[in-house]
Write a protein that binds this ligand. Structure first.
Ligand code: NDP
Length: 240
């Protein structure tokens, strides 16, 4: 069977990088998109196109998808993984922080969907995997806006799943709990940041990005008529 193109946003670190490595190992051509090109090039993957993409810019993501399809054929699966987590409370944190979270986590994801969906619908084939979060199912202290973005991811994914089901296009949510990555490093509130690190230690550590990548691959690799709608995975000792 010819393996189709896997397009991954946020492939320069953490979960996205682990997903890129997993799919490449399984023999799929991959289109890697993020702003830090050197990190993606350093992976030195075969059948791989690396593109500098800011997901908040619809044109750059569409252009990358077109170039990827010219090189490797239609996108078989888009994995909307790019995301930022700037914990804080909207009353005191800078509006730029919560605007940025919505721009990347919500609008960036929609830019990805917009770039691939018409062709998937036409072909009656394709999969879109959106990286949600436990924070897309539960509210958590300091997470008001981040939870807002991830609840949006879960809602939009399920809504599109219903709407595209008749076109044989699958929409899947993968919702990780605490996972080792660079995610918390961008939070500017130092108290929240150190509290988060302490919490991770208390629960015996986070899961690995590779654990999440394996779940993504498992969901994707089911037959096209089987849609695993959602996987929630977290450290066993994570309570919320
Ligand atoms: P990382 O910070 O390690 O990775 C985030 C990725 O997103 C990077 O590759 C970054 O690339 C990319 N990114 C950020 N902003 C943009 C942008 N504007 N345009 C393109 N790419 C962008 O964190 P994770 O691997 O943990 O995060 C991946 C996803 O997993 C996120 O959606 C996150 O919300 C979700 N998640 C993470 C959890 C965790 O505990 N780690 C738990 C639940 C969900 P670059 O900076 O090069 O552009």
């Amino acid at each position: 069977m010819k393996k189709g193109l896997i397009a991954i946003t946020g492939a320069s670190s953490g979960i996205g990088k682990a997903i890129a490595l997993k799919f490449a190992k399984e023999g799929y051509p991959v289109l890697l998109m993020a702003r830090r090109v050197e990190e993606m090039q350093a992976l030195k993957l075969e059948n791989c196109l690396v593109k500098k993409v800011d997901v908040t810019n619809a044109d750059t993501i569409s252009a990358a998808i077109i170039e990827g399809e010219q090189a490797f054929g239609p996108v078989e699966c888009l994995i909307n993984n790019a995301g930022v987590m700037l914990l804080g409370d909207p009353g005191s944190q800078s509006p730029e922080e919560w605007q940025h979270m919505f721009d990347v986590n919500v609008k960036g994801l929609l830019n990805g969907v917009h770039a691939v969906l018409p062709a998937m619908k036409e072909r009656k084939n394709g999969t879109v995997i959106n990286i949600g979060s436990v924070a897309g199912r539960k509210t958590l202290p300091g997470h008001a806006v981040y939870c807002g973005t991830k609840f949006a991811v879960h809602a939009m994914t399920e809504n599109m799943r219903m709407e595209l089901s008749a076109h044989d296009v699958r929409f899947i949510t993968i919702a990780p709990g605490a996972t080792e990555s660079e995610l918390i490093s961008h939070t500017t509130n130092e108290d929240i940041k150190s509290g988060y690190e302490d919490w991770k230690t208390d629960i015996g550590g986070a899961i690995r990005a590779e654990d999440v990548a394996n779940s993504v691959y498992f969901a994707f690799s089911q037959p096209q008529n089987v849609c695993i709608r959602e996987i929630v995975l977290a450290p066993t000792r994570q309570e919320p």
